[in-house]
Design a protein around this ligand. Structure first.
Ligand code: ATP
Length: 271
C-alpha cells in the first residue's frame, strides 16, 4: 500500500478559552507527486489547517490530532528535527508574503542565506540557484537580486517569496493563495512553473484557494472545507459532477456558469 506523504488525522483546533471551534475533525492526505487543492470560503479554516502542518498555530489556540509526514507525527516531533524538516522538506508560501522578508536586507542575500541554511552548498552556487529561480518566475533576476524588498512591487515580492521556497526543492509545497497578488499572466506563469517542478522532482503540492476554476484546472484531488470541516473530497470531475454537500453545489454553480471554453477538460490541463 502506498503511504501518503502527509496525513492529517482528526485535526481539531479551538481557542484556548474553548469559545471558538476553528477546525473540526479534519482528515486530509497528500500523496507524493500529487497536487491537492483545499478550497473553501474566507474564514473556513484553510490557512489554519496548513499552518498546523508547519507548527505555526498561535499559542492562543489548542491543537489536537495527528499530522504524519512520511509516517512520523510532526505534532509531537522534537523541535530540532522539526526545524530541519520545515522549510527544507516542507515549504510554505504564505498569503502574507511580505512577512517572508526582512525589509532592510537585500533580496539576494536573504535567498542565499536561506538556501545555505538548508543545504550544504557554496554561496556562489546558492547565488546561481537564486538567479535561476528568479528568472523562472519571470523577474529581472539580476536587478531583483540586488534590490531591497521595499524597492519591489507587491507582485514582485510575492514571486521572490515563491522563488525562495522553490529554490529549496521541497518534497511538499504548501501554497496559500499564492496568486492573489499577481496579475493573470504572472499567476499562470508561477502555477505553470510549480507544475513543471512537480513533474521534474515529484514534489507534492497542497494548494489553498477559494478559486474553484483554478483548483479544477490544476489539482488531482480537491478537498472542500466549510466552517472548519472537510465536507467533500474527490477528483475534479467528482467534485464538479457528483457533489453532495450544499456548499459544494453553490461553489460548482459558479464554475458551471462560466463560459464552456473556460471549463478545461482533462486533455487541456496545463502542462
Ligand atoms: N492568529 C489567529 N488568532 C485568532 N483567530 C484566528 C487566527 N488566525 C485565524 N483565526 C481564525 O480562524 C478562522 C479560520 O481562519 P483561516 O485563516 O484559516 O481562514 P481561511 O479559510 O484561510 O480564510 P481566507 O481564505 O480568508 O484566508 C477564522 O475565524 C479566523 O478569524
Amino acid at each position: 500500500m502506498i503511504e501518503p506523504l502527509i496525513s492529517i488525522q482528526n485535526l481539531h483546533i479551538e481557542n484556548r478559552s474553548g469559545e471558538k471551534l476553528i477546525v473540526n475533525n479534519v482528515n486530509l492526505e497528500v500523496f507524493k507527486g500529487e497536487i491537492v487543492a483545499l478550497i473553501g470560503e474566507s474564514g473556513s479554516g484553510k490557512s489554519v489547517t496548513s499552518k498546523a502542518i508547519m507548527g505555526l498555530i498561535p499559542s492562543s489556540m489548542n491543537v489536537q490530532g495527528q499530522i504524519f509526514y512520511n509516517q512520523e507525527d510532526i505534532v509531537t516531533m522534537f523541535s530540532k528535527k522539526k526545524r530541519q524538516l520545515l522549510g527544507k522538506e516542507i515549504g510554505m508560501i504564505f498569503q502574507d508574503y511580505r512577512g517572508s522578508f526582512t525589509p532592510f536586507i537585500k533580496v539576494g542575500k536573504q535567498m542565499v542565506e536561506t538556501i545555505c541554511t538548508h543545504q550544504v552548498i557554496r554561496k556562489k552556487e546558492a547565488k546561481n540557484i537564486s538567479i535561476q529561480v528568479l528568472e523562472e518566475m519571470g523577474l529581472e533576476a539580476e536587478r531583483v537580486y540586488k534590490s531591497y524588498p521595499f524597492q519591489l512591487s507587491g507582485g514582485q515580492v510575492q514571486r521572490v517569496a515563491i522563488a525562495m521556497a522553490l529554490a529549496l526543492k521541497p518534497s511538499l509545497l504548501i501554497c496559500d493563495e499564492i496568486t492573489t497578488a499577481l496579475d493573470v499572466m504572472s499567476g499562470e506563469k508561477v502555477l505553470n512553473y510549480i507544475e513543471k517542478l512537480r513533474k521534474e522532482t515529484g514534489c507534492a503540492v497542497l494548494m489553498i484557494t477559494h478559486d474553484l476554476t483554478k483548483a479544477y484546472k490544476r489539482a488531482d484531488r480537491i478537498y472542500v472545507m466549510h466552517k472548519g470541516q472537510i465536507v467533500e473530497e474527490g477528483d475534479p470531475e467528482q467534485i464538479r459532477c457528483y457533489h453532495k454537500h450544499p456548499y459544494t453545489k453553490k461553489l460548482c454553480s459558479c464554475l458551471l456558469s462560466l463560459p464552456s471554453e473556460n471549463l478545461l477538460d482533462k486533455n487541456e490541463r496545463v502542462i
